[in-house]
Design a protein around this ligand. Structure first.
Ligand code: GDP
Length: 298
C-alpha cells in the first residue's frame, strides 16, 4: 500500500537532489543558474514547452522578490507548484448511472485502472457495471472480465469485433434498467489512425448522450507516467479527438519521470484526479496537488 511520497521516491531523487545541488553550487541566481535549472526540469520529464513556461513564471517571481539569493528559491518553487496544482472544484451531483468513458493507448494500464476505480466505488457501496468497448482484442475483453470478477463488478460484453457504439448502447440499457450507479465504458486503445479513433469515440459519446442526461459524465484519459513525453503528446491527441475531462496517471511508482505531472498540469486545463502506484486494486490514490508538491520538495 504505497504512499504518494514513496511512489515518488525516484522522481524526488531526480528533482530534489539536483535542485539542492543547484542551490548549493550557486551563490547568486544568474543566467548559469537558470540554464542549469532548465536542464534539471527537462531531465525530470517536465517537457520542453512546460519547462519554458515554468521558467518564465519562476523568473518573474524571483524578479518580484527583488533578490538573487538562491536561499529563497525553494520557497518560490513551492509557491509556484502550489499555484499549478490549485485544488479543483468539486463535481456536481449526477443522476445515476454515472457514465465514465475510459480512454487511452494500449498498455498504459487502462484495464487495471478501470478495476481500481470500480473497486473504490464498490467499497463505497456502489453498484458498478463495466462494459468491454475495446472489441479489437479478445485478450483485452478477457482481461477486463477477470478484473471485473476480482473486484465484484458486473460485466457486459458483445464479444470480439462488436461495434463499440453498440456495446455502449446496450450497456447503457442494462445500467439504466438494472439500477447501476456507475458504468465504466472501456474503449479501444489502438492508435492506428487518429481519424478512426476520433470517429469511434464520438459515436460512443453520441450514443450514450441520447440515452441519459449528461452522459458521458466523465471522459477519463489514462496515461503511463513512465512514458514521460509520450504522455504529453497523448493528452494533446485525445483532447483533440475525444475531449478529456480528467487524467489518471499510472505507474508513478518506480519511475523517475514523475515530472511529467507538472508538465501536464501546466500545459492542459485538465485535472489529474488519481495516480496509480502499483498493480493491485488498492493501488490508486486521489491526486492532491498540494500533497504532490509536498512529496516532491519536502
Ligand atoms: P491496458 O492495456 O492499458 O489495459 O493495460 P493493463 O491494465 O493491462 O496494464 C498493463 C500493465 O501495467 C500490467 O502489467 C499492469 O499490472 C501494469 N500496471 C497498471 N497500472 C500500474 C501502476 O500504477 N503501477 C505499476 N507498477 N504497474 C501498473
Amino acid at each position: 500500500f504505497l504512499k504518494l511520497s514513496e511512489g515518488l521516491a525516484k522522481t524526488k531523487d531526480q528533482i530534489v537532489k539536483r535542485i539542492d545541488g543547484l542551490l548549493g553550487s550557486h551563490t547568486v541566481i544568474d543566467e548559469a543558474f537558470w540554464e542549469e535549472l532548465e536542464e534539471i526540469l527537462i531531465m525530470a520529464d517536465v517537457g520542453y514547452e512546460p519547462a519554458a513556461k515554468l521558467m518564465d513564471n519562476l523568473r518573474e517571481k524571483v524578479r518580484k522578490r527583488g533578490t538573487t539569493d538562491p536561499a529563497v528559491f525553494k520557497d518560490i518553487l513551492r509557491e509556484e507548484l502550489a499555484e499549478i496544482f490549485r485544488p479543483q472544484k468539486t463535481i456536481k451531483a449526477i443522476n445515476p448511472p454515472e457514465v465514465v468513458m475510459m480512454i487511452g493507448v494500449n498498455g498504459v494500464g487502462k484495464t487495471t485502472t478501470i478495476a481500481k476505480l470500480a473497486h473504490r466505488d464498490i467499497m463505497r457501496g456502489k453498484k458498478v457495471l463495466i462494459a468491454a468497448g475495446d472489441t479489437f482484442r479478445a485478450a483485452a475483453i478477457e482481461q477486463l472480465k477477470i478484473w471485473a470478477d476480482r473486484v465484484g463488478a458486473s460485466f457486459y460484453t458483445k464479444g470480439e469485433n462488436a461495434d463499440p457504439a453498440a456495446v455502449a448502447f446496450e450497456a447503457m440499457d442494462k445500467a439504466l434498467t438494472e439500477g447501476f450507479d456507475v458504468l465504466y465504458l472501456d474503449t479501444a486503445g489502438r492508435l492506428h489512425t487518429k481519424t478512426n479513433l476520433m470517429e469511434e469515440l464520438r459515436k460512443i459519446r453520441r450514443v450514450v448522450a441520447k440515452k441519459h442526461t449528461g452522459a458521458p459524465h466523465r471522459s477519463v484519459l489514462v496515461l503511463d507516467a513512465t512514458t514521460g513525453q509520450n504522455a504529453l503528446s497523448q493528452t494533446k491527441l485525445f483532447n483533440e479527438a475525444a475531449g478529456v475531462d480528467e487524467i489518471i496517471l499510472t505507474k508513478l511508482d518506480g519511475t523517475a519521470k514523475g515530472g511529467v505531472v507538472v508538465g501536464i498540469a501546466l500545459s492542459f486545463g485538465v485535472p489529474i484526479t488519481y495516480v496509480g502506484l502499483g498493480e493491485k486494486m488498492e493501488d490508486l490514490r486521489p491526486f492532491v496537488g498540494q500533497d504532490f508538491a509536498q512529496a516532491l520538495l519536502g
